[in-house]
Design a protein around this ligand. Structure first.
Ligand code: NAI
Length: 284
């Protein structure tokens, strides 16, 4: 039974994961200092206000969810958690150190999960004294809106724990869970990233305009957004980072970031967040 979820890292992803979990459990949200935790709580408040405005949750339910999230600045506050999900910076060392520390703090039955997009779950688990309790739980940005969770057991994860976590997210929280082996990209990024990089190569080779590439996939395949607009939304620097992670494991040219993408990042064209990427957002 998962009654208390600890979330470490109150950034973009951690705050969203805390909000999602608060629909069915008590949550302890930890970051390095009070300012970071408060920023996370603020993000959750804004997100819940939006959900109330759109009629997705009642005002009472939103207040109840917020009330179930306890802020903390030290991982010792996670002693009572049955499941801890880390969403700290994408650094193997930081994640291993964190899981090492958590081993002395949480109950011997608690599950330790990582929201990493690119690091091997087994390598993160090596930091733990109980690697059989470690698994991947990969959420999508923003977690309250995108209901998918990719669950990744490693070669040594206890299958019963993986089943219990899956049940919590499907039956307890109404989320969609898919399972993948512990391979770079899991399911979604393994399919999505080569596709997005192909769109950049198509533009780079002068085969079509950015508008026609995007219109092609929107109107021909029913995608809500074309690949170049989607890249601008994800962030071109993030895409280079993810592609490099996939290429390091696959050695497949389909996962290698085209020079055009790297040069755009070098020039500070990172997509929406910097105002310009494949498209210009400064005038909208
Ligand atoms: P972020 O930079 O918004 O948040 C990270 C937070 O972790 C910061 O508030 C930071 O202060 C905190 N932190 C760092 N070290 C810590 C520690 N030792 N203890 C407690 N808190 C610590 O990053 P974001 O985007 O939320 O990413 C977090 C994780 O989620 C990364 O592993 C990333 O790869 C993964 N992820 C990110 C997605 C995205 O679209 N941004 C999508 C899916 C996964």
């Amino acid at each position: 039974m998962i009654r208390t979820v600890g979330v470490v890292g109150a950034g973009q992803m951690g705050s969203g994961i805390a909000e999602v979990c608060a629909a069915g459990a008590d949550v302890v949200l930890v970051d390095l200092d009070r300012a970071a935790v408060d920023a996370g709580l603020q993000r959750i408040r804004r997100s819940l206000d939006g959900a109330v405005r759109r009629g997705r949750v009642t005002e009472e339910e939103a207040a109840a969810r917020l009330g179930r999230i306890a802020p903390a600045t030290d991982v010792t506050a996670l002693a009572g958690a049955n499941l801890v999900i880390e969403a700290v910076v994408e650094s193997l060392q930081v994640k291993q150190d964190l899981f090492g520390r958590l081993g002395d703090i949480v109950a011997p039955t608690a599950v330790l999960a990582s929201n990493t997009s690119s690091l091997p779950i087994a390598a993160i688990g090596r930091g733990s004294t109980h690697p059989e309790r470690v698994l991947g739980l990969h959420f999508f940005n923003p977690p309250p809106a995108l209901d998918l969770v990719e669950l990744t057991p490693t070669l040594v994860t206890d299958p019963a724990l993986a089943d219990a976590v899956q049940g919590f997210f499907t039956d307890g929280l109404g989320r969609t869970v898919i399972r993948s082996q512990d391979r770079a990209g899991f399911i979604v990024n393994a399919l999505l990233v080569p596709y997005l990089l192909s769109a950049v190569r198509m533009l780079e080779n002068g085969i079509a305009t950015r508008e026609d590439i995007d219109t092609g996939m929107q109107r021909g395949c029913g995608h809500p957004m074309g690949p170049l607009r989607l890249l601008d939304l994800i962030g071109l620097d993030t895409m280079v980072f993810v592609a490099d992670g996939l290429y390091a494991e696959w050695r497949d040219p389909a996962a290698s970031a085209p020079a055009m993408l790297r040069r755009m990042v070098d020039a500070g064209l990172l997509g929406r967040k910097s105002g310009r990427g494949f498209y210009d957002y400064t005038e909208h």
